[in-house]
Each structure stands twice: as structure tokens, then as C-alpha cells.
Ligand binder design. Structure first.
Ligand code: HAM
Length: 441
């Protein structure tokens, strides 16, 4: 820690824009979130998979959506002239992996992962350029049982964060319903339908008059009727106005089935939202997002849906698929504002402090005994005063301290001090593990 006076061009210690460093206290939180993700997925019988962050750029061109591919990916050319992208989402990678082994895999498949993803976005609250995302996907189930299972897994995860059902809501819509409206009711071509869905996706981010103007530009005469439809207050009102012009459509049936199926499981904070679009082009049916009901935190916690056609980009074969992604940043935010995050974690169970250099071997021996028993121990190698060594242990949340010096070395007996109460328990090396098991529950 000596200053180098020749250092003319110091390098900044800031991380790259929009990415985060994870100091140990951040890793405590991160691991807490990862543990919840992993436990929730395993409860539902999902198996973990992983892949490289590097993918050929073409993987995203087929179906991810223009905004993601043109504006949000980190893409570069490698030394062999290949175009490479840092994965902005996991779904195309997963689809590639499933398609590659389709013949040898046993369906239905339930898989989960917790990848880091890279998106060139404007960093802001809830949005960063590298985030970690819980992905859970099910392949091979064409019925809405898949949507119901996937949404109940999302629900289980949010409850495991410590939130109550009133703290969040699950919004659902269907691409089929929207496609039906744009194609059959409004008679839009695919370019205009696409523009319309992108505009609806941005509805909450635009002033009402700008949004309405945009709608009028795309659909002309029928704009007023469409805006009334879009602003209907509930599912019944929305579907009633549709049924006048058509029979009950697949999209409506699926939404009803999913809401009913979730209700049967006791999940009642589900709401139809005709403005929910989802940014990706690959969705084909029910889509959903989970939102915090706290207005301070209006970012999606989960986003997902059905994408039955995506696997056909590889070998022409479709496989029914439903899944979601859920980011670590929003997970952290919702727990933080409700004070649900774990506080400091301990760096070790026991801190062993020799009073002087000759007692280090004895301290090291005790540390090995502790480690071999499955507990953790660190040894203090500094020349600080004993009082300062104990203060260090306290700061690091290490609950137990053993001081070893001349007396301890000669007698073989020493005390385990509990820093929380100041209490001490005397023991020797042979009984150390037994005592630790009693103290550390
Ligand atoms: P997505 O809606 O783009 O979906 O992302 C899912 C979740 O990831 C969001 O709701 C949010 O929690 C988090 N997230 C996304 N972008 C960022 C960011 N820049 N910073 C922080 N958090 C972010 C997908 O990615 C789909 N591939 C999900 C999926 C899986 N669909 C089917 N299977």
C-alpha cells in the first residue's frame, strides 16, 4: 500500500459502465438470491444446465426482435472473422441446446439456469448492462398445464423472497389474441401489426396523446374503437366486445384456462392485461409478466410465455415450449425496499489468535481440526494486540474466538469465546469439535 509517485496515468477503479462489481457483501445477497432460485426450481423438478456466454450472432437474428439485436447486443468479430455476440438472453441458447439433442432427450423437459446476460441498455434503476437471470423452461407440453406450472413456479419464487401475494401481481395476455385482433379485426399487414405491438409495448412510457396519435397513424379509422378495446377495464369487458365480431378465440380460451388453473392452486393475484406485449418476436401464445405492486418499483420481476415455433429455426421441427426469465437486479430491489435481504454473513465460524509468533503452529493445528470437522476457521497472522484481533473478528461477524499463547500451548487447554455474549467455554483439542457442534447449531 505504498504510493508510486511515478504513476502519471492512473487507471480508473470504476467498473465498465452499467456493470457491477460484487464485493463480498454483495455476494452474500447474490448467493441468497441464487439459493432461492435454485431451491424453487428444484422443488418443481427442474434440472440445471449452463452454456458459454459467447454465441454466433446469427442465433439472435432469426427471432429475438429488432430492438434487442440491432440496439442492445454486444457483437464483435473474432480473429477468425466470425461474428460473435455476448448472449443478451438465454432462450435462443436453450432452444439451440434442446434442438441439438432433440432425438436423445426425454420429453417433457424441465430445465433451469442462472446465466449472466449482456444488453447494451441505458443504465437506470432496475436496468444494467450485465445482469443475472433465473430461467426456467418446460418443453413438450402443448396444453396450458405448462403455463400454469411455469407461472406457479414464478409465484413460488416471489413468495420465497418473503413477499406476500398482495405485494405483486401477475399480468397475462396472449399473442394469439393480439394477432387475431390485428389480423382479423383490424386487417393489418404483418409490418403494421408489428409496429402496433411495439407501440403498445411502450404504452406506459409515452404521454397519452403521443400514444393515441401513434395508434391513429397505424390503424386509421378503426383507431377509436381499438383504443376503447385497449382501455377496457377487465377481461369480461374486453372479450365481450370481441365476441360481437367473432367466435371465442383460442387466445381467450387459453387465458381463461390459465387464470382458472392458477386460481385452483390458490394463486389469485393474476390479471388479464391487454397491453402486455413482451419484446421478443418468438412468443406464440400466452405471455406474462410479474410486477411489484409498489409504485416505486414498476419494473417487471419476471417475463415469459409460450414459444412453440422457436426450435423450428434449427431443423424445421417445432416443440411446444413455455418459460420465463427473472432478473437479479429487480429481485434485489424488491427485497431491499421491504428490508428482506440478509444482513452481514460471517466469514468464518472461528477466529484463532496466537498471542505471538511461536504459537502460530498450535493455532494452525487447531484451525485444521476445525476445518476437518466441517466448520470454518481463520488464523490471525498479524502482530496486532489481542484486543484488536478480537475487534477484527467482531467486524467480520466471526462469532467465536480462540486465543492461544504460552499457557494454552503448555496445558493444551484453551477457551472458546462467544463474542455475542462474552461467555467462554474451556476445552482441549480432543473435545474442540464436540463443543463446537454444541455451540454452532
Ligand atoms: P425479458 O423480459 O427480456 O425476457 O427479461 C426477463 C427479466 O429479466 C425481466 O423481467 C427483468 O427482471 C430482467 N432483465 C431484463 N433485462 C434486464 C436488464 N438490462 N437489467 C436488469 N434486469 C433485466 C427474456 O429475457 C426471455 N428470454 C425470458 C424467457 C425465458 N422467455 C421464455 N423463456
Amino acid at each position: 500500500m505504498n504510493k508510486d509517485s511515478n504513476n502519471q496515468n492512473p487507471i480508473s477503479t470504476e467498473p465498465y459502465k452499467g456493470v457491477r462489481d460484487f464485493y463480498p457483501e454483495d455476494m452474500t445477497v447474490q448467493n441468497y438470491i441464487f439459493d432461492i432460485w435454485r431451491k424453487s426450481a428444484k422443488k418443481f423438478g427442474y434440472e440445471e444446465y449452463s452454456a458459454s456466454i459467447l454465441e454466433p450472432a446469427e442465433l439472435y437474428r432469426a427471432k429475438s426482435g429488432e430492438e434487442i439485436v440491432n440496439e442492445q447486443t454486444y457483437t464483435f468479430t473474432d480473429r477468425g472473422d466470425r461474428e460473435v455476440t455476448l448472449r443478451p438472453e438465454m432462450t435462443p441458447t436453450l432452444a439451440r441446446m434442446i434442438s441439438a439433442k432433440r432425438k436423445s432427450l426425454t420429453f417433457p423437459i424441465r430445465w433451469f439456469s442462472m446465466p449472466n446476460l449482456f444488453r447494451y441498455e441505458q443504465p437506470q434503476r432496475g436496468r444494467v448492462r450485465e445482469h443475472f437471470q433465473f430461467n426456467a423452461d418446460i418443453f413438450g407440453i402443448a396444453s396450458t398445464d405448462a403455463e400454469i406450472e411455469i407461472i406457479s413456479l414464478a409465484n413460488e419464487t416471489v413468495l420465497s423472497y418473503g413477499l406476500k401475494p398482495k405485494d405483486f401481481e401477475i399480468l397475462i395476455n396472449s399473442r394469439k389474441l393480439m394477432d387475431f385482433i390485428t389480423r382479423d379485426v383490424l386487417s393489418l399487414d404483418s409490418d403494421k401489426s408489428h409496429k402496433l405491438s411495439k407501440l403498445i409495448d411502450r404504452k406506459n412510457k409515452l404521454p397519452a396523446d403521443v400514444f393515441e396519435m401513434g395508434i391513429k397513424e397505424i390503424i386509421g379509422d378503426k383507431a377509436d374503437a381499438f383504443l376503447t378495446l385497449l382501455n377496457s377495464q377487465n377481461f369480461e369487458e374486453f372479450t365481450n366486445s370481441l365476441q360481437k365480431t367473432s367466435g371465442e378465440q383460442d387466445g381467450i380460451r387459453e387465458i381463461k384456462e390459465v387464470i382458472k388453473g392458477l386460481e385452483d392452486l390458490g394463486i389469485t393475484n393474476v390479471r388479464f392485461d391487454q397491453t402486455l406485449m413482451r419484446g421478443f418476436d418468438y412468443y406464440t401464445g400466452v405471455v406474462f409478466e410479474v410486477f411489484d405492486t409498489d409504485p416505486k418499483n414498476r419494473r417487471a420481476l419476471f417475463g415469459g410465455g409460450r414459444y412453440d415455433d422457436l426450435l423450428a429455426i434449427f431443423d424445421g421441427e417445432k416443440i411446444p415450449a413455455v418459460g420465463f426469465g427473472s432478473g437479479d437486479v429487480t429481485a434485489r430491489d424488491i427485497m431491499e425496499i421491504r428490508d428482506l435481504l440478509p444482513k452481514n454473513s460471517k466469514s468464518a465460524d472461528v477466529y484463532i489468535c496466537p498471542t505471538d509468533i511461536p504459537y502460530k503452529p498450535f493455532a494452525n493445528d487447531l484451525a485444521q481440526i476445525v476445518r476437518n470437522s466441517g466448520f470454518s476457521a481463520s488464523v490471525d497472522y498479524t502482530t496486532k494486540k489481542i484486543g484488536d484481533k478480537i475487534k477484527y473478528a467482531d467486524k467480520k461477524n466471526i462469532p467465536l474466538v480462540i486465543v492461544v499463547g504460552e499457557n494454552e500451548k503448555n496445558s493444551g487447554k484453551f477457551s472458546i469465546k462467544k463474542l455475542s455474549s462474552g461467555e467462554s467455554v474451556e476445552t482441549d483439542a480432543d473435545n474442540l469439535v464436540k463443543i463446537l457442534r454444541e455451540i454452532i447449531k
